[in-house]
Structures are given as C-alpha cells and as structure tokens.
Design a binder for this molecule. Structure first.
Ligand code: NAP
Length: 352
C-alpha cells in the first residue's frame, strides 16, 4: 500500500505530449504542483498550452529541461517528488533508424528516469506509460493467448527491430522498467498500458503523436473509397489521463493495467463519425475486402506490409479491460463520443 503525500510535487516526463498534457491538466485541477520535464522549456509553442492550463486551475507547474538519453538529466526535476509519471517516449511509426529513433529513447529514457528514482529518496511510486503494444504486435496475437484475449500477464513476443519497431520499443522499455523496479523496495511500479488513444488534443497544431495522423487521413479523403476492418483497441485520452491519476493516487494499485475501452477496428472508428460529419467531409463509409487490402495495401502505403495486413484485417482485436475498471474504477467513454470530440477539436482548431 503506497500513500502519496498530495502536497509534494509530482514529476511528469514528456509533459507537453498528447497524453501527458491531459494528465498535467488533471493534476493541476486537483491542485498539485507539477514538475514538468520537456526537451525545451523555451519553446512556447510546445508548452504555452500547459501554462494556460495552470492559469485556469488551483495547481502550479514548473518546467525542467531534460534529455531522455542523458544520465542524471532528471535528477533536479525529481527532487522532493513522491510520485513520478514517466510518459516520454517517441510515438512515431515512420522511422529510418528504429534503434536510434525508437528503442534508445524508450529504453535508455526508462533506465535514466527509474535509476534516478532509485537515487531520489523521496520517491514512493513510479507510474510508467507503457502500451498494449508491449503485449501484442498484430491482432492475431491477441487470439494466440491462454484466454484468447490480452490480459495483464501477456507480453509481446512477435515485435522486433525489423517488424513493428514501435511495439518492440515499448516492450523492451517496459521490461526494463520492471527489471529496475525489482532492484529496490522503496517505490512500487505501476504501468498504464493504453491501446490506440483518441480524443481531443490540447495542443493540436504542435502534436506529432501518431494519434492525430489517423484523423487527418480520414478528413483528407485518402480513404474515401473504403477502409479495412483492421482490428485495434481504442481508448479516450481523457480516460487514459484519469487512469494515470488514479494509478498514482490509489494506495492499493499494483502491476500492469490494460487501458482500452473498445475492442474495435478502423472501419468502426471511421463510421462513428459519419452521422455528424459525413456530409461535410469525404469520410470512408464502407469496409474494404480483405483480399483487396492485402493485394493493394502495401503498394498504396508502404508502412503496411502484406504480413501486417493478413494478421490484422478482419481479425478481431481482443483485450480484457476488467482490471482497470474494478481496481481503479475507470468508466470508459463511448466510441462515438471519443471520435466526435476528436474530430470536432481538429475542426475548431483548423487542423483539418
Ligand atoms: P506524443 O504527443 O508524441 O508525446 C511523446 C512525448 O515524449 C513528448 O513529450 C515528446 O517530446 C517526448 N519524446 C519523444 N521522443 C523523445 C526523445 N527522444 N527525447 C525526449 N523526449 C522525447 O505522444 P503520445 O501519444 O502522447 O505518447 C505518450 C506516451 O503514451 C508514450 O509513452 C507512448 O508510447 C504512449 N502511448 C501512446 C498511445 C497513443 O495511441 N497515443 C497508445 C499507447 C501508449 P517532444 O514533444 O519534444 O517531441
């Protein structure tokens, strides 16, 4: 049982990110002092939205310049913190050098932050933002499990540097986190493992998260002729932030947490937008046949190999989200609300 002193500062790494910004918002609303680490605290475009959130809430925010690859970079920011949220990690899929661009910042970053937590005597709990990607690579993997669905016991065994390196980076980073946590007994480690995150962006013009790219593609008409039933899990960013908050503050919280609201697919996600936006945007309205997608998909978009398409299109994505609902009391938003709020947010901010 870990009780956090709510008057102590709370560290959030990668605080300007899509997911982390919502976590910072919730922490500030609750009146906490947030130690926000970013690559460049001088970059107003990247952190201005966090300063505005501070003005509208009870809490306070202090920025620290850090580098995931630099040992001791997080030392100053962590001083006096009992609770550490480590969210910073690249979420990009188009990379030239996966080892340098994905694995090193994910794994070394985790190592640097968690070793600093060992050296910082105030720390009592570390919450790491992992991913369902640390549990599976392709939807078919979710079936090849003892219960026929992802549970907190499952680890990704199919991603590699060559095949889906983002998933690989999240797997090695989370493994590293558990390895380091076992070296000591002062703090406990909790992981939040979200599936694909959607929902409004607090800084949409500067977001580089892959989450925004899917919405931009839908709005552009690139998939007007149809979209595959590519199996995926979906969760709202506001629910992911709440899950982080509760994982940090609930004394009995333990272990990994699948944070996924809906076992769904890309077609269902797109269709959830049609009623409200179908007349104004060239949204896909029909599902593409699997044979066609497997045949032509890799030619039209080189990020999807035939193997990926075979293992995901018309393959249900299955995960058990009962732990986070029962242990942290998370109630997930509907898919319609998540999709509509995401799209509306991009329209209002003229991002699509
Ligand atoms: P994001 O907006 O791109 O946020 C990533 C954060 O990590 C940013 O603050 C970014 O800083 C920082 N970062 C990335 N590479 C870095 C590097 N080499 N050195 C220092 N900082 C670096 O993406 P997000 O979607 O919010 O992702 C946040 C976390 O959630 C990640 O751990 C991701 O794996 C996890 N996650 C995301 C999803 C999803 O669907 N979005 C699903 C599951 C898990 P800059 O802004 O300076 O680049």
């Amino acid at each position: 049982m870990t009780q956090i002193d709510k008057t102590k500062p709370i560290l959030v790494t990668g605080a300007n990110g899509y997911v982390a910004s919502w976590l910072v918002k919730r922490l500030l609303e609750e009146g906490h002092t947030v130690h926000a680490t970013v690559r460049n605290p001088q970059n107003e475009k990247k952190i201005g939205h966090l300063k505005n959130l501070e003005k509208q809430s009870k809490g306070t925010i202090k920025f620290f310049k850090t580098d995931l690859l630099q040992k001791d970079s997080f030392f100053k920011a962590m001083q006096g913190c009992e609770l550490v949220y480590h969210t910073a990690s690249p979420f990009i899929t188009s990379v030239k050098n996966p080892q340098k661009e994905l694995v090193e910042p994910a794994e070394k970053g985790t190592e640097n932050v968690l070793h600093t937590a060992i050296e910082t005597l105030s720390v009592k709990r570390v919450v790491v933002t992992s991913s369902c990607a640390a549990m599976y690579t392709d939807s078919i993997d979710t079936h090849n499990t003892p219960k026929g669905m992802l549970t907190e016991d499952i680890w990704n065994t199919t991603a590699s540097l060559e095949y889906q390196p983002y998933s690989y980076s999240k797997t090695v980073a989370e493994k590293k986190a558990w390895e380091i946590a076992k070296m000591q007994s002062r703090w406990d480690l909790i992981t939040i493992n979200p599936s694909f995150v959607m929902g409004p962006f607090l800084n949409p013009t500067e977001t580089t998260s892959e989450s925004i790219n899917f919405l931009k593609q839908l709005a552009s008409g690139a998939m007007k002729s149809g979209i595959p039933k590519f199996g995926i899990g979906l969760v709202d960013v506001r629910d992911v932030a709440e899950a982080h908050l509760r994982a940090g503050m609930t004394p009995s919280a333990k272990g990994r947490h699948i944070t996924s609201a809906h076992n769904t697919n890309l077609y269902e996600m797109a269709v959830a937008l049609v009623e409200k936006y179908g007349n104004d945007y060239p949204l896909p309205q029909k599902a593409l046949a699997k044979w066609l997608v497997v045949l032509l998909g890799p030619i039209m978009d080189s990020t999807f190999s035939r193997k990926t398409l075979r293992n995901n299109v018309n393959v249900d994505w299955k995960a058990d989200n009962s732990k986070i609902k029962s242990e942290l009391g998370i109630q997930f938003r509907s898919m319609k609300e998540t999709m509509e709020d995401s799209f509306e947010n991009l329209i209002v901010n003229k991002t699509i």
